[in-house]
Each structure stands twice: as C-alpha cells, then as structure tokens.
Design a protein around this ligand. Sequence first.
Ligand code: ATP
Ligand code: MG
Length: 271
Amino acid sequence: MSNSVSIYEKPKMVFLDTVDVKNYVNIDRASTLYQSLKESVQKPLKMILLFGKPGTGKSMLLLKLHSDLSDKQKIYLYSTPLIDESEFFKSLATDLFHVRYEGALNFTQFVKIAKSCKSQSVPIILLDEAQLYPSELMEKIRLLSDSRIVKFVIVLHKTEKEDLIAKEHFQTRIWESIELENASSNEIKAYIQKKLMKENCFDSANMFTDKAANLIHKITNGNYRDTNKLVHSVFEIYEWYDMNQPYKLNRVMIPHKIIEMAAIATGLINA
Ligand SMILES: Nc1ncnc2c1ncn2[C@@H]1O[C@H](COP(=O)(O)OP(=O)(O)OP(=O)(O)O)[C@@H](O)[C@H]1O
Ligand SMILES: [Mg+2]
C-alpha cells in the first residue's frame, strides 16, 4: 500500500522539468546546432546569437556549452539577467579580471579596468534570457563585443514575429546566428526514449510508439518543456492505475486515451 512504489515512479521522475546538464541528451538537429555553436565560439566572431521559441532547448545548450568548455577556457554563464548596469559590470569585473569594485561601476570605468587587465584570450560570456536586458545595456554589450574585450553568446527567446525583428536588429553586428526550432515528431520520440534509456527505463521507453510520439507532438507542437509536462503526467496516470486498477494497464504501448487524459490534466488541451 503506502510503502509500495509503482514501477512508473522512476520514469515519471525522468520528466521533471529541470535544466541540468546531467540530463542532456543528443537529439539529431540540436546536436548539429550544438556542434556549430561550439565551433562558432572558437572563431574570431564578436557576437553569436542563439534564438528560438520557448522550450526549444536554448538554456540546455548553453549549459552544455559551458560545462564542455569551462575547463579549457574562460567562459561564464549568466543564467539570470543582471539588468542593473552597475551590477552587471561589477559582476563582469569580478569574473573576468578578479576585480572587486566598491560602489557603482559604469561602462566607462569597466572598459578602463578591462584595458588595464588585458588577457591573452578573449573571455566568453553566455547571456541567457537576453530579451530581459534593457536596450541601453544591450548597446553597451555590443560595444564591448566590438572592441573584442568580451565575446558574447546572446540567447533570446522570442515569439514568431519578434524573431524576425531580433534577427534584423542584430544582423549587422552578429556574425553568426543560430536558431533552435521546435522538435519534429521523430525528435520528440528520440528525446523521450533517450531520456528514459539513460535512466535504464527500457520497458517504458519501448511503450512510446511512432503513433504515441505523433500524438504527443501534435499536442506539444514539439516544445520540449511541454513534452516533459505531458509525459510526466502520462506516468502519473500509469502510476495511479498500477496502484489501483493494474489489470486495466497497457504495459506494451501507451494508449491514446492516456495521452489525452494527461494533456487535459496538464492543461495542454481543453477538456
Ligand atoms: N538536449 C536536451 N537534453 C535534455 N533535455 C532537454 C534538451 N533540450 C531541452 N531539454 C528539456 O526541455 C526543457 C526546456 O528546455 P530549455 O529550458 O533549454 O528551453 P529554452 O529554449 O531555454 O526555453 P525558454 O525560451 O523558455 O527559456 C528543459 O527543462 C529540459 O528538460
Ligand atoms: Mg531558457
């Protein structure tokens, strides 16, 4: 009863929505983009733009890049935007030049520090959620890139219309822009199965047929975050049946009905 745990508890936990590099899986298109991102940061580019709709895996890619490169070069990940200019430059001064600055630090002062602390290699700053930075600060970030004091990887999440604006806006200054797109049905299937297999949940992985993946893709539109939510809920429902009406469970493949129940439970479709 209360001390027994369903076998579906573990696969359910696999789909908790976390951005942790330990959980990174290779998905074809995203891996290709990751490789080009990794190559781009080694090129003498001033700025790199990574953009795409919410839930397409941008933060995950940044995290992976940071973890893969951090023992080889100066690379810093700013996951949460520092929208206050002085806080931003103070934090850069500490990370890049080990300078702790009392009081406020403005752009001009920061450039002075940077010029007096010239290092051999250009450090890389990964800026997640860059759409939240005020435009005056973004302008200074661009100036810093232009003067090759710091190389920035800018991550923007934008809705469709704004994507284009963002692109145009950066076109002249960004030498490389990488767009992450929503996953295809095959990629959603690979994503779910790889995540499960990584945790040795082979039977659960096998339950996701092409048809199940197609339906999940239709509901989530290839958004990884929504896919996590949906699949987590699928296993929650499996868990409930396993504990209460186990004879009703299809343990070979996930029935459409359960995916639909999960979609309603998570608010991804309306009842
Ligand atoms: N390659 C991957 N490997 C494992 N999990 C992934 C991968 N890509 C995305 N995910 C999962 O999808 C979720 C959403 O991805 P992520 O947070 O990176 O999206 P995002 O593009 O940064 O979204 P937003 O624009 O809302 O910040 C993550 O919590 C993670 O669980
Ligand atoms: Mg993100």
